[in-house]
Write a protein that binds this ligand. Structure first.
Ligand SMILES: [Mn+2]
Length: 385
């Protein structure tokens, strides 16, 4: 046996202190005051039983990010909505199950996460009344137009009548027509922050389809709900690039190719985004195919040589931190879980979704001029913390 030189023992007084901490020390005594207030509020709910929102325990009676399921949009500020549309996927399909799987994976990101700016924590459920509206049921809608119109009808109530913002999961990218149309009508013409491998700027003159995964922006422009001069696209590459690029130029949309994104620091890109979208209402749409296939290969039109998830998050974080951009709605689209058996792409998508929900809640509180806390309806059952 080789000789072992034992490290000197710890001072017995230190061990005594650590023993006392083991017996009596609680995490809540050392945390950020806002996070502490959030946890204490959680504990008071549900007849004193609290709600189990601080553990990833995959409860089916809670919705996206552990938000309460509800359709009471008149008493909500942000509705998480799933739109299971997949009729316009050019290649791989299966987006129909995107919202269902992302809802489950999103429960990994609820409550509070790391500080995002100067030690400030995200606590979206203390900023805005967030609900999970569930997924729009389009069963029996056997053509694209009917399916979009069913969703439009529901968004009319959620957004236009009740003034609720939406965070949406697709679905193929056609779904983005619906919130832009509704939020544009509520807030006026929107600026767009668009992550995508594709321009998605085809016109009726190119393809005469009423709704399509490539015409949701141009159709909204033609209806006055989207200002092309306040639109910036990042990550463009791959098939269709040569064909559709002319539209971006003709319409005055700012396009940043994937190759340029990869050599542009996030700080510089965030500045460009802020300059393009201005201080009017802004919508952010994240097509997962903007990402390199190592972060996402579960979309219908996968394109190699794409963006990194971390760079995208850095750009979003810096735009948000500037406080100059007024985000009124967001989505993450093109997730087809059948192509993602390990769920790695899904976790990236759900993680980005959480960041966007936090940003939306922050800007919603600013527009409301007050914090409005989410309250869970405990009718789903008595749970304990
Ligand atoms: Mn795309």
């Amino acid at each position: 046996m080789t000789s072992i030189k034992k490290w000197p023992a710890m001072d017995p007084k230190r061990i005594e202190k650590l023993k006392d901490y083991w017996e009596n020390g609680r995490s809540i005594d050392g945390i950020d005051p806002d996070v502490k207030a959030h946890l204490l509020r959680m504990r008071t709910m549900g007849d004193g039983k609290g709600i189990e929102v601080i553990g990833n325990t995959n409860k089916d009676y809670l919705g996206a990010f552990m938000a309460p399921f509800s359709r009471d949009t008149a008493n909500a500020d942000i509705a998480v909505v799933g739109l299971p549309f997949e009729k316009s996927a050019p290649m791989n399909s299966g987006h129909k199950y995107g919202p269902k799987i992302l809802r489950e994976l999103s429960k990994n990101f609820m409550g509070t996460t790391e500080p995002w700016l100067d030690g400030k924590f995200d606590i979206p459920f203390d900023l805005a009344r967030i609900i999970d509206y569930g997924t729009v049921d389009t069963y029996g809608c056997l053509d694209r137009t009917t399916e979009v119109e069913v969703a439009l009808e529901q968004f009319k109530k959620i957004v236009i009548e009740d003034g609720c913002s939406t965070f949406m999961w697709g679905g193929d990218h056609t779904v983005t027509y619906v919130p832009i149309h509704s939020l544009g009508e509520l807030y006026g013409p929107l600026g767009i922050i668009h992550f995508d491998a594709h321009y998605d700027l085809v016109t009726k003159a190119d393809f005469n389809y009423p709704y399509h995964s490539g015409n949701m922006f141009t159709k909204n422009m033609s209806e006055g709900n989207l200002d092309p001069e306040r639109m910036i696209q990042m990550g463009i590459r791959g098939r269709m690039t040569g064909l559709v690029g002319g539209h971006a130029k003709n319409l005055g949309v700012t396009t940043v190719m994937a190759e340029e994104c990869r050599v542009t620091p996030a700080e510089e890109m965030a500045q460009r985004v802020i300059e393009v979208v201005g201080d009017g209402p802004v919508y952010l749409t994240f097509d997962l195919d903007s990402l390199d296939p190592i972060y996402n290969h579960a979309s219908s039109a996968v394109e190699p040589f794409g963006l990194s998830a971390n760079w995208c998050w850095d750009v979003m974080k810096l735009v948000r931190a500037s406080g100059k951009v007024n985000l009124v709605g967001a989505d993450v689209v093109e997730y087809a879980p059948g192509s993602d058996p390990t769920r790695v792409c899904g976790y990236v998508a759900a993680g980005l979704s959480w960041k966007l929900l936090c940003w939306l809640a922050d800007d919603m509180a600013k527009r409301n001029g007050e914090k409005r806390a989410t309250v869970w309806d405990m009718a789903f059952g008595r749970v304990s913390l």
